[in-house]
Structure formats: C-alpha cells, structure tokens
Design a binder for this molecule. Structure first.
Ligand code: KG4
Ligand code: ZN
Length: 351
C-alpha cells in the first residue's frame, strides 16, 4: 500500500510517500520520499508560532512540497492508494490548510482519505527505526502490548497507555507548560535562539549536572501529571539572584530536573501497567540525555520490555509518521466516509 502523508499542524509543511506492508504483526515501511519545509526562521522573531503567518506559508508551500515529494518518490498521484492527513491537535488555521489540500487531491484523483491524530503520528514514528539509510525498507518488530508512550513536544507532555493499535488512554499530562515549551522558555532566559530546546541541550553538555538545586515539580505526586512552569520560574529567580552564574551549569541542572521528573513518572507507569513496549516520541525525544537516561531506566526496571525512540529524521514534525499511522487506520478500514466529516480539531485527544 502506498500512502501519501500530509502534515501542517504547526510550522512545518511536510509531505511524504511511504510504502507499507506486513500488517499489524510485521509492519514494514519504505519511505519513498520525505519532504519537510520548515517555517522556523519566519516565526523566530515572534518567539513562537504565529498562526496566520503559518497558514499563509502552508498554502504557499503545499503544492511545492507535494511536487518535490512525488519527484523524490518517482511516482505520480494515480499510483497512491490513500491520503493520510493530520486532523489535530494543532493550530486550526494551519491544520485546515493540509486538510483542504488533502480533500482536493482526494476528490481530483478519487483516493480514499484518512484523518490522523498528530500524537498518534509521533507514536508511529518510532516504527521507522530499522535499516540504515533514509529510503530503505525498515523492518520493525511492531509493538508488544500493553505499550506506554511518553510524548514530549512543544505543545504536549503526555503519558499514554496503549492496549492495542489505536486504543489509547492518556493517564497523565502537563497542567501548564509542555516539556518542549519549558525548554524553549528557559533557553530564552539564557539568551539562546528560538526554538531553544536543541540549543539548550547542546549547552547543557558543557555544564555540570545538578550543580544548582532546582525543583522537580510533582515528582512525588500520586498521579501521572506534570507541571513545568514552576521550574521555569525557579530558573528565572535563580538567574536574577545570581548574576554571572555559569549558563552551561544552569542549562545542565534544568535539563536534569526535567529528565528526572519524566523518567521517574514513566518508570512508575511502566511498573503499574506491566508494559511490554516503552515509546519515547515527539520533538523533545531528540534530547540525547533524556533518551539515554530513559533507556537505561527501562532496562533496569523493566528488562523484558522494548524501548523505542525515533530516528532523528522522524523525531520532529514530519509526514512520514502520519503516513505510517495512516497505514494502521487503513488496515482497520477507518477511511473517512464523507469529506465533510474531516475537520481540523485543534484540541483533538488520543482515545
Ligand atoms: O514535536 P515537535 O517537533 O513539534 C511539536 O509538535 O511541538 O517538538 C518541538 C519541540 C520544541 O519545543 C523544541 O525546542 C523541542 O521539541 N526540542 C528539544 C530538543 N529538540 C527539539 N527539546 C530538548 N532537547 C532537544 N534536543
Ligand atoms: Zn509534533
């Protein structure tokens, strides 16, 4: 099955063509093309994503990105079996551009449509983890259930129990800032460029971990929820009261505080739910230290479970992950019955 994936939930215009086979048990994917056009530079002066600007750019970029994706995949639209597009969560004006574009293509070429939850896409991204080059067939073991996903991005921090494909239960989420958002805000306090997450983690490598005592918000709470805004405020006050402090040490100490909370809650859920697969996904999964420390903890506390994380190409927003999730929707025959049923849902939740 050849699936065209379309993603426009935030500031990346992305289209991929993915060939999928093997069913639920042995899914295999070949990424025939993977095109991501980032608007990051345009939004940087605003220190965040500016929705109307994002919308305008997506509309301008979509036809260009499609052309590149088809050229890279060496095929044309009639060869596509289905079109999978992100329906939410995200910025609604941005989501609509991808959805409208997908609907037009579906109508013109008489192709079935699939509406995908962006977070489900991030979960699916970890299945693109075999092979060695970008476009070769990727063999994966598929997931063993129950699985647990720690989803960490600029907009979300969620712990999700997955009983089976497409059966999700959010057991915990952030009450204020998302993990990526906290990274970005603290990076800004440290004078790093937007989006600051990657810059902060790079700086943190030169610092002394735990040099400064920062709080681990909610680490001992009985639930699986998170809160990161207090941690950001703690950094703000610390910098105010200690001018001239070593920024790399602050970056390191902050990063470690976030990781401690994420790892501790994830491991507690791993034990409680007896999970067999632990999935780390979303933009913050790019953080090497988080990946390393969570991997070590899973091995120590749940040695029989498998730890999945995405290759860097598939970590931040992209359309290959949307196509992969689309494959599972297609296997379950979850095609959109009527185009009017497919709408942008800014607050769409996994369920
Ligand atoms: O999933 P994503 O690309 O977009 C959203 O759906 O939000 O995630 C982007 C977020 C940003 O907040 C970015 O700063 C953060 O992921 N991020 C990182 C790293 N790389 C990206 N945060 C910490 N360490 C990193 N290495
Ligand atoms: Zn994302």
């Amino acid at each position: 099955m050849i699936i065209l994936g379309i993603e426009t939930s935030c500031d990346e215009t992305a289209i991929s063509v993915v060939e999928a086979r093997g069913g639920f048990k042995r899914p295999k994917f070949m990424v025939l093309s993977h095109v991501v056009s980032s608007q990051v530079k345009l939004h940087a002066p605003y220190g965040g994503v500016y929705p109307t600007l994002a919308k305008r750019e997506h509309i301008k970029n979509l036809p260009i990105v499609l052309k590149r994706a088809l050229k890279q995949a060496k095929l044309n639209l009639p060869k596509i079996d289905a079109i999978a597009v992100t329906r939410g969560p995200g910025l609604e004006p941005a989501l609509w551009t991808g959805i409208t574009f997908a609907k037009d293509l579906a109508k013109k070429y008489k192709k079935p449509l699939l509406g995908i939850n962006h977070m489900e896409g991030h979960i699916a991204s970890v299945l693109l983890n075999g092979g060695s080059t970008k476009h070769e067939i990727r063999n994966t073991k598929g997931f063993r259930f129950p699985a647990l996903a720690l989803l960490v991005s600029g907009g979300h921090t969620e712990l999700v129990v997955i009983r089976d494909f497409m059966k999700y239960k959010i057991i915990g989420e952030t009450r204020d800032d998302a993990a990526g958002e906290a990274f970005d805000k603290v990076a800004r306090l440290l004078g790093l460029p937007y989006p600051g997450g990657p810059h902060l983690s790079k700086l943190a490598r030169k610092g002394v971990r735990d040099r400064y005592p920062l709080p681990r918000p909610m680490i001992n709470s009985k639930n699986y929820d998170f809160s990161f805004s207090g941690l950001k405020t703690a950094v703000l006050y610390f910098l105010r009261d200690n001018p001239g402090v070593n920024k790399a040490d602050i970056a390191s100490s902050f990063e470690q505080a976030v990781i401690d909370v994420l790892v501790s809650k994830t491991i507690r859920a791993v034990k409680e739910y007896g999970v067999k697969s632990v999935i780390l996904a979303g933009g913050v999964a790019n953080n090497t230290e988080l990946r390393k420390q969570l991997g070590v903890a899973v091995k120590e506390f749940s040695p029989l479970s498998t730890f999945y994380f995405p290759l860097s190409t598939y970590t931040s927003d992209n359309a290959s992950m949307i196509a992969v999730a689309g494959y599972f929707h297609a296997l379950k025959n979850k095609f959109i019955k009527s185009p009017s049923k497919l709408k942008a849902e800014g607050n769409l939740k996994l369920k």
